[in-house]
Write a protein that binds this ligand. Structure first.
Ligand code: S3P
Length: 170
């Protein structure tokens, strides 16, 4: 059973945070995007490009359903909340779901030049802004805990999550 799940927009810092959490808590780290790449032999970018978003979301959903039964820290792709069934799975899961929440500006600064992310590659900044506004309530609905990340180092974010986890879920 997964111990702790991270959600948030692209560039929220989910993978970095999950890596640090895994080191500090001595637990395995899983990442839905990495699992998709391992299972299919193709990156999310390539899958989007070749087969489209719906096909990608189906694989992502299958991977998520299996990943939550494993042991460790789970980082998810930013669009995992797009499908209502995934939102329900996350919100009803026994393990706490931490939503890494930052401002649009600080989040974009981390990823704006990343051409490996298909949604960034194919959208204008204003289209990404629309996606952002549509997704925020979905992250909030899926999350147990909202972690504000603006102005914090990865270490500070991880320490905050661990303190919260130990006080409430350990
Ligand atoms: C996506 C986010 C990506 C990846 C895919 C789609 C999204 O993960 O799953 O490119 O729809 O927001 P990251 O949040 O790790 O970039």
């Amino acid at each position: 059973m997964i111990k702790l799940i991270l959600i948030g927009f692209m560039g929220a810092g989910k993978t970095t945070t999950a890596n640090l959490l895994s080191q500090k808590l001595n637990l395995p780290m899983l990442d839905t995007d990495q699992l998709i790449t391992e299972q299919t032999g193709q990156t999310p970018g390539t899958i989007f490009e070749l087969y489209g978003e719906t096909y990608f979301r189906q694989i992502e959903q299958d991977i998520l359903q299996t990943a939550v039964t494993a042991n460790g820290i789970l980082a998810t792709g930013g669009g995992v909340v797009e499908w209502a069934d995934n939102q329900t799975l996350l919100s009803e899961h026994k393990s706490p779901v931490y939503y890494l929440s930052g401002s649009f500006g600080q989040t974009m600064e981390r990823i704006i030049d990343d051409m490996n992310r298909p949604i960034l590659r194919n959208s204008s900044l204003s289209e990404i802004g629309v996606l952002w506004r549509n997704r925020l309530p979905k992250y909030e609905a899926a999350a147990n805990v909202i972690i504000q990340t603006d102005g914090k180092t990865p270490e500070e974010i991880v320490d905050e999550i661990i303190a919260h986890y130990e006080a409430n879920y350990a």
